[in-house]
Design a protein around this ligand. Structure first.
Ligand code: HEM
Length: 176
């Protein structure tokens, strides 16, 4: 998967990353979206109920704080078949069509959603394209063979305990 994203990103960008390179990075964008699905940096958000409301069979009096489980929604088999499989093609336009708009909310939704989502996406593409041109990324020796086993923690944002287990190696000059 790492090799695939490397080749795809490098082929799409060619030389240096420019602002219009982002438009060509369609696979890279799907890859980032899939990473944000399985590992949403903001795994929970909250909302306050402004008037008495009934949601499904639950009565929610005004003033109730609701915590929205983004992490759970992103792994819900109702919306994501084989939810733990890392499959960027889930974000092909034909597969997005018909999916519930709130099944995927890494940047939240509604009036208070993330104002920086487009900027964040552009930045992540620029970051990947720039880093992958200069460095090769390989898996480090690690004891985890299955996504279930990855120890995650959330303080300000969701992260892997101990950080991602990867090693970087400089690419030969001619590849850059
Ligand atoms: C991958 C990167 C990012 C993720 C996953 C993310 C996620 C989020 C989420 C989930 C919220 C909404 C919380 C809620 O609805 O309660 C939010 C709000 C916000 N984000 Fe981001 N964010 C990212 C990057 C950025 C960047 C780069 C900026 C600024 C350049 C930014 C600025 C903001 C601001 C100002 C709000 C508050 C909006 C409001 O309350 O009206 N975010 N972000």
């Amino acid at each position: 998967m790492v090799k695939f994203i490397e080749n795809n990103t490098l082929k799409s960008v060619g030389g240096r990353f420019k602002t219009n390179s982002a438009c060509r990075l369609e696979y890279t964008e799907r890859f980032i979206k899939e990473a944000l699905r399985l590992f949403p940096p903001v795994p929970l958000t909250g909302r306050q109920v402004h008037r008495d409301t009934t949601l499904a069979s639950y009565r929610l009096p005004a003033g109730t704080t609701l915590l929205l489980n983004v992490f759970g929604a992103h792994r819900d088999p109702l919306h994501w078949p084989d939810p733990l499989l890392f499959d960027p093609d889930r974000f092909l336009p034909e597969r997005v069509r018909g999916r519930h708009p709130c099944a995927y909310v890494p940047f939240s939704s509604g009036a208070r959603n993330c104002i920086g989502s487009r900027y964040a996406m552009m930045n992540l593409k620029a970051f990947l394209a720039t880093v992958l041109r200069a460095l090769r990324v390989d898996r480090a020796d690690d004891p985890y063979t299955d996504i279930h086993q990855l120890p995650l923690t959330a303080d300000l944002s969701l992260r892997i305990v101990g950080g991602p287990r990867v090693v970087f190696a400089r690419r030969a000059e001619e590849a850059m």
